[in-house]
Design a protein around this ligand. Structure first.
Ligand SMILES: NC(=O)c1ccc[n+]([C@@H]2O[C@H](COP(=O)([O-])OP(=O)(O)OC[C@H]3O[C@@H](n4cnc5c(N)ncnc54)[C@H](O)[C@@H]3O)[C@@H](O)[C@H]2O)c1
Length: 300
């Protein structure tokens, strides 16, 4: 584990403790600084006891992902919106302006989009999840402007290749069509081959989270939101890369079964975003999709 993060003044300070809070207990790491808390962050007292006046950094990733928030409106609102606002309120009550890095998403955009979505594109989510993330970004901006937190929102591309099992995200197939075939398992692709996606690997996403946390507030300009770097690639090009890295027999494990609902939502997300702020902040991206597949093979 990394030994230090930027403190309030920007200088690196040693990490004494990392609290991993999730409703599903994170696997033990063996590092004595890591405390695993298995709890529902919407339950009374959970966030209050997790965040105290010594909490310097909060990476807020817990969420009901896109398909889940579409399937259960109340749950999505409770976890993605109400708990995010409560988290910010607790920070405000503690009065010490911790750094908060909020995981947002390209799902804040939708409707008619240009090929490369500019930094000033109006938020126009087409899902409850995207709406909750858009409100979260605005709250992080306003709580920062008021001096309650030192917040930052990262708009994550679709993260590929996620380890583990499929989740309820509309974009879950993007990892599934690579991960399952490489592991000898069948996979279903619910979108057409021409669908373009904006992708980043898990390792680069983690590096970006840390770099965004450590960047000075002055580097963000008039909004604390930053589009993370990504590569723009069609599903067909992803499969061609799978053939190059994993062989034709891997690609043959993909079955095409279009799901109009997923095609409409995931296919409506931006295929590329303008990332000049990410470059200014020195955020790392991937070179190409073959590299992303090899990263997965090296870490699975
Ligand atoms: N993976 C992607 O492609 C992607 C893209 C854009 C944004 N994001 C965002 O990044 C974050 C992480 O995404 P992920 O892909 O790892 O999703 P994930 O579903 O694997 O992780 C979300 C985590 O939140 C936890 N959680 C949900 N409700 C909770 C609750 N009430 N209390 C405590 N924990 C709860 C879940 O147990 C889960 O571990 C999310 O905020 C997601 O919206 C991810």
């Amino acid at each position: 584990m990394r030994g230090a993060l930027a403190g309030a003044g920007g200088t690196q300070s040693a990490i004494d403790e990392v609290v991993l809070l999730d409703q599903t207990a994170a696997p033990a790491t063996g590092d004595p600084r890591v405390r695993v808390v298995a709890a529902d962050l919407t339950a009374d007292g959970v966030l209050e006891s997790a965040i105290d006046a010594d909490t310097r950094a909060i990476f807020h990733l817990a969420a009901v992902v896109s398909g889940g928030a579409e399937a259960d409106f109340d749950l999505g609102m409770r976890v993605n919106l109400d708990a995010t606002r409560r988290l910010l309120e607790i920070c405000r009550a503690r009065g010490h302006q911790p750094r908060v890095v909020f995981a947002s998403s390209v799902a804040v955009f939708g409707g008619a989009l240009p090929d490369v979505v500019p930094a000033a594109q109006a938020l126009n989510p087409q899902s409850s999840y995207g709406t909750q993330k858009a409100i979260g970004e605005l709250l992080v901006d306003d709580y920062s402007r008021r001096g309650f937190v030192d917040g930052r929102s990262v708009r994550l591309p679709t993260i590929v290749v996620r380890p583990g099992r499929p989740n309820a995200a509309m974009s879950s197939f993007a990892s599934g069509i690579i991960r399952e075939p490489l592991n000898g398992e069948p996979s279903v692709c619910p979108v057409s081959r021409g669908t373009r996606l904006w992708l980043l690997s898990p390792a680069k996403a983690i590096e970006c989270f840390v770099a965004v946390h450590d960047a000075p507030a002055s580097a963000f300009g008039t909004t604390r939101v930053v589009n993370l770097p990504g590569i723009s690639i069609s599903v067909d090009e992803m499969v061609a890369a799978l053939v190059r890295v994993g062989g034709q027999e891997a690609a043959d494990r993909i079955r095409w079964d279009l799901d109009p609902r997923i095609e409409q939502v995931a296919g409506g997300w931006p295929a590329a975003l303008e990332t000049s702020k990410a470059r200014t902040l020195g955020l790392p991206g991937n070179e190409n999709f073959d590299e992303i597949i090899r990263e997965y093979l090296a870490t699975r």
